[in-house]
Design a protein around this ligand. Structure first.
Ligand code: SAM
Ligand code: DTB
Ligand code: SF4
Length: 358
């Protein structure tokens, strides 16, 4: 069992402090992040999630990166909500392939109340297979969050996406505050939060620092922090913007490292964009503290590395998938074998425990 982290979990990071971490010499930043990573986790373990789009395309929102927004012409074919049996078939296959968490995504601004029983049935079915459950369905009301929790939902993914002061460049159909409100409903319902953002959308380093600062200063650190590198899909405004420069790969690694330093006990997920990354870049991300990936040949609508490539990468790097175990202390839930002592620190109710709080 790795030692419990020596650094206290803080929720009061200033922008100047976060920016100073970003500005460290690269070797120094990586050394610090790798040290904090091993203080809190076994650095050879990577949590493996599989993603399935259970309702694709036709979304009314205007997120400038998203291939599923109806208003952009991206070639994504809209599909209605899948049947529970079809979802369970995919979940069984994901489990057989070694995934420990199954995440269901829907291209909704927010679910309608009449959608909730259907999604609840899927969640209960996936849970019964012994997988951790995660969903990302857009904005939720407090009542909807409670219903999903009652159905057995472990994690809810809802991203801040970018810094508060860059947000209006990217999304106009909902406010930053709406996202914070949904995260509050998810925490209040007792679910774990999965919340991160996208980099490479033309934001500055200062704004990347702003995104991570906002995540780390939430009332509880997100249990999972997906860091997505923009996947440019033709037809979306960001892909069609010829003036948008590629993000320097080392800047992406810096973002992972700073996320690890600010949120030492969270799972930091190397999320969208892996298909376009070299093995060496991914290895640097694991060194910088990433310890979770999406596994399987598709994300929601875009590609992900072939499973063979991922298995070979794990083999070459000596990494192994993190196991989950059922425990009596987590009724209806699963806990990562190696993070039982630290995991609850990141949840709202336990954030005040002496070992968790600043
Ligand atoms: N509609 C729901 C919502 O927006 O919360 C759930 C699905 S949405 C596709 C989930 C997340 O995927 C977004 O918040 C964004 O961070 C990420 N995402 C979508 N398109 C992406 C892209 N082209 N590149 C990187 N990340 C992307
Ligand atoms: C997250 O932060 N990244 C995932 C998951 N949460 C739902 C989604 C990435 C989507 C990439 C574009 C696509 O495949 O449509
Ligand atoms: Fe819709 Fe979610 Fe895509 Fe935004 S990110 S357009 S809300 S599916």
């Amino acid at each position: 069992m790795p030692a419990v982290g020596q650094l206290p979990v803080r929720h009061d990071w200033s922008r100047t402090e976060v920016r100073a971490l970003f500005d460290l010499p690269f070797p120094e930043l990586l050394h610090r992040a790798a040290s904090v990573h091993r203080d809190n986790f076994d650095p050879a373990e990577v949590q493996v999630s599989t993603l399935l789009s259970v309702k694709t395309g036709g979304c009314p929102e205007d997120c400038a990166y998203c291939p599923q927004a109806q208003r952009y012409h991206t070639g994504v074919e809209a599909q209605k909500l899948m049947s529970t049996e079809a979802v369970l078939e995919r979940a069984r296959a994901a489990k057989a392939a070694g995934a420990s968490r199954f995440c269901m995504g829907a291209a909704w601004r927010s679910p309608k109340d009449r959608d909730i029983p259907k999604v609840a049935e899927m969640i209960a079915g996936v849970k019964a297979l012994g997988l951790e459950t995660c969903a990302t369905l857009g904005m939720l009301s407090g009542e909807q969050a409670k219903s999903l929790k009652d159905a057995g939902l472990d994690y809810y993914n809802h991203n801040l996406d970018t810094a508060p002061d860059f947000y209006n460049e990217i999304i106009h159909t909902r406010e930053f505050q709406d996202r914070l409100d949904t995260l509050g409903h998810v925490r209040d319902a007792g679910m774990k939060t999965c919340c991160g953002g996208i980099v490479g959308m033309g934001e500055s380093r200062e704004q990347r620092a702003g995104l991570l600062q906002t995540l780390a200063n939430l009332p509880a650190h997100p249990d999972s922090v997906p860091i997505n590198r923009l996947v440019k899909v033709a037809g979306t405004p960001l892909a069609d913007d010829e003036s948008l420069a590629e993000l320097d790969p080392f800047e992406f690694v810096r973002t992972i490292a700073v996320a690890r330093l600010l949120m030492p006990r969270s799972m930091v997920r190397l999320s969208a964009g892996r298909e376009q990354m070299s093995d060496e870049l991914q290895a640097l991300c694991f060194l910088a503290g990433a310890n979770s990936i999406f596994y399987g040949e598709k994300l929601l609508t875009t590609g992900n590395p072939d499973t063979d490539r991922d298995l070979a990468l794990f083999e070459r790097l000596g990494l192994r998938p993190m196991q989950v175990v059922e425990t009596a202390d987590t009724p209806g839930g699963t806990v990562h074998a190696d993070i039982i002592e630290t995991d609850t620190c990141a949840t709202g109710t336990d954030a005040a425990r002496p070992t968790c709080a600043a």
